[in-house]
Write a protein of this length. Structure first.
Ligand SMILES: [Fe+2]
Length: 225
């Protein structure tokens, strides 16, 4: 199903999340299931290597229920069209960034692609709750790296795109980027979620909010030091 603001909040355990690092920019695409035996999956940020991702979904023997996008930089959306067409899964896209998905090659730097454009079935602004593949996702507006950036929060897990990395944070020098806005988004995540929450970022390694709060130099600014 899609957006259901009335969905009841039944306790869920943390989902099974598998990472696939794809493409020349080494972007992390994630396949998320309610547990390791679930027959439905969500794909987050299919950035490149569509065939590899489709083979992985086949190997897991899952039906893809939705494709979620944190933001529309090319390295996160390069494989959206082929994966969506092959799986018939609807795509959920940040509303502000939809123009980047509907005209992908206009925004791709020389030497990358070609990638195919796609018209997303659902547009999100943040604040929605999605119930997909047996997992409740809160959609959180986390701009700063890009203007419409979203973080998808599942129980015990944040699919945080390019907001927060292991030991670093997202760059703000691309169009629509803004440091103070990014800091505010980081503050939202740190304030709202437990230290034990696993962070699945769009690049580099998986971490936890607590680890980043303790060791990430960019988060010191949040603490005022
Ligand atoms: Fe990005």
């Amino acid at each position: 199903m899609s957006i259901d603001p009335q969905a009841s909040r039944t306790p869920q355990s943390a989902p099974d999340v598998r990472a696939f690092t794809v493409g020349p920019v080494q972007e992390n695409c994630y396949v998320v299931r309610a547990d390791a035996h679930a027959t439905k999956a969500i794909v987050v940020d299919p950035g490149d290597e569509a065939e590899r991702l489709l083979q992985a979904l086949d190997a897991l023997n899952v039906e893809t229920e939705a494709i979620l996008l944190t933001h529309c930089h090319f390295d996160h959306i390069g494989a959206v069209a082929p994966v969506a067409q092959a799986t018939k899964a609807p795509v959920y896209c940040p509303k502000i960034e939809q123009p980047l998905l509907t005209d992908v090659m206009r925004w791709v730097p020389p030497g990358f692609g070609p990638f195919e454009s796609y018209d997303a079935e659902h547009l999100l602004a943040g604040g929605e709750r999605l119930s997909l593949a047996g997992i409740d996702f809160d959609v959180i507006f986390t701009p700063g790296h890009s203007p419409g950036h979203l973080t998808y929060a599942a129980p015990g897990a944040l699919l945080s795109g390019d907001v927060l990395f292991q030991g670093s944070v997202g760059r703000v020098d691309l169009p629509g980027g803004d440091w103070d806005t990014l800091l505010a988004s980081l503050g939202t995540l740190v304030d709202r979620f437990d230290e034990e929450t696993t962070v699945y970022p769009g690049h580099m390694g998986i971490t936890t909010l607590g680890r980043e709060r303790a060791t990430n130099p960019f988060l010191r600014e949040l603490a005022g030091s």
